[in-house]
Design a protein around this ligand. Structure first.
Ligand code: NAD
Length: 337
């Protein structure tokens, strides 16, 4: 008997599509020929990227009805919406970060009720215990290290809670959930000023500003010896799709294994900008996050034969160009008014 012709595939829902990672993910899904419903609480004019080929909707996913409308008729969900930012934002918006569990809860319930095939959740390296990140001698963080739990206050607890909720929706309701723990994602089209920006974009902005004004100096949060890994957006999107499409349900790191201190990051950006080393003013009272955090990629290599591979110098080059363009455009528009 001839099989019935397949109808068009239902769309994939991307939440937080107006944000940094969501925008890049929508672009990649569209490039693969997927229909996409893109949802964000911000008006589309404020989205980092906006693609007319997607069905773009403004919805506040803290509300149950909005979550149901977003999930209605989609095949799978890439859930990235969250109220978040860099270390300065996280330390002063703990309640707001925890309110994001409302979004996660309503969306999981909506996905279950709409019989969505699969639910991907964007978690974070902030779920790892603070005690495992106190010195540069600390080992890279492997997935099993998340317990016993002592995550970042506010944001880390919210992500860890929602990771577990994903697991229990899978076990109790048969909803196929997938979870990735992102480690410091950077690249063009991310927040670069205004308080939500992360270290790579903030440092690109400060170096660009020093270059454009000839100030010769830069202010840095902390003593510059904090250790981090930074993961390029292309690796983040590739890892997201691998994890979402793969068979493994428990959380997996998406993080570069290339470790740098903040001072080394500044040196890289100065070299990319082609400027003389700036005078560094280290602000020791400013927020600086954990002492050392990096990603153990054993599990992602074993499971997917893959790990992030973009060299920091290469990824920063395009990020710096993009941030410098934003700084220049801002300066031009300020000088006109
Ligand atoms: P982002 O802030 O650029 O994007 C998040 C988007 O969610 C924003 O556009 C925001 O408007 C939207 N949003 C917030 N509240 C909403 C609501 N109530 N309803 C609908 N939309 C809402 O952040 P990002 O860097 O793109 O991060 C995406 C996801 O990845 C987040 O869940 C974040 O916690 C996670 N993550 C990011 C990083 C990173 O380095 N960028 C690291 C770890 C985890």
């Amino acid at each position: 008997m001839a099989s019935a012709p397949e109808g068009p595939r239902a769309p994939a829902l991307v939440t937080g599509a107006g944000g940094f990672i969501g925008g890049h993910l929508v672009a990649q899904l569209l490039a693969r020929g997927r229909a996409v419903r893109a949802v964000d609480v911000r008006p589309t004019c404020a989205w980092q990227q906006h693609f007319p080929a997607a069905e773009n909707r403004r919805l506040d996913l803290r509300e149950a009805d909005s979550a149901r409308a977003a999930a209605d008729g989609v095949e799978e969900i890439f859930h990235l919406a969250a109220d978040m930012g860099g270390v300065g934002f996280l330390g002063s918006h703990r309640a707001d970060c925890m309110v994001s569990t409302l979004i996660d809860t309503h969306l999981l319930l909506a996905a279950r009720d709409a019989r969505v095939r699969q639910f991907f959740f964007a978690s974070s390296a902030c779920v790892y215990p603070l005690g495992a990140q106190v010195s540069t001698d600390c080992a890279p963080l492997a997935e099993a290290d998340a317990y016993p739990a002592d995550p970042e206050d506010g944001y880390g607890w919210a992500k860890l809670f929602s990771e577990r909720m994903c697991r229990h929706f899978r076990e109790d309701h048969g909803l196929e959930t997938r979870v990735a723990r992102y480690h410091n994602i950077y690249g063009p089209h991310g927040a670069w000023d205004g308080g939500r920006e992360k270290a790579p974009a903030a440092i690109c902005r400060k170096v660009a500003h020093a270059q454009l004004t000839g100030s010769g100096e830069i202010e840095l949060w902390g003593d510059g010896r904090q250790l981090r890994t930074f993961t390029h957006i292309d690796d983040c999107v590739a890892g997201t799709l691998l994890v979402a499409e793969g068979p493994h349900a428990d959380p997996v790191n998406i993080g570069s294994a290339e470790r740098v201190t903040i001072d080394e990051l500044v040196t890289l950006v100065e070299e990319i900008a082609g400027i003389e080393p700036l005078v560094r003013r280290h602000l020791l009272d400013a927020p600086q996050g954990v002492r050392a955090r990096s990603s153990d990629n054993t599990l992602v290599r074993e499971r997917y034969g893959w790990e992030p591979s973009t060299r920091l110098r290469d990824g920063l080059a395009s990020t710096y160009r993009w941030v410098r363009d934003q700084v220049e455009a801002r300066q031009r528009s300020t000088s006109r008014h």
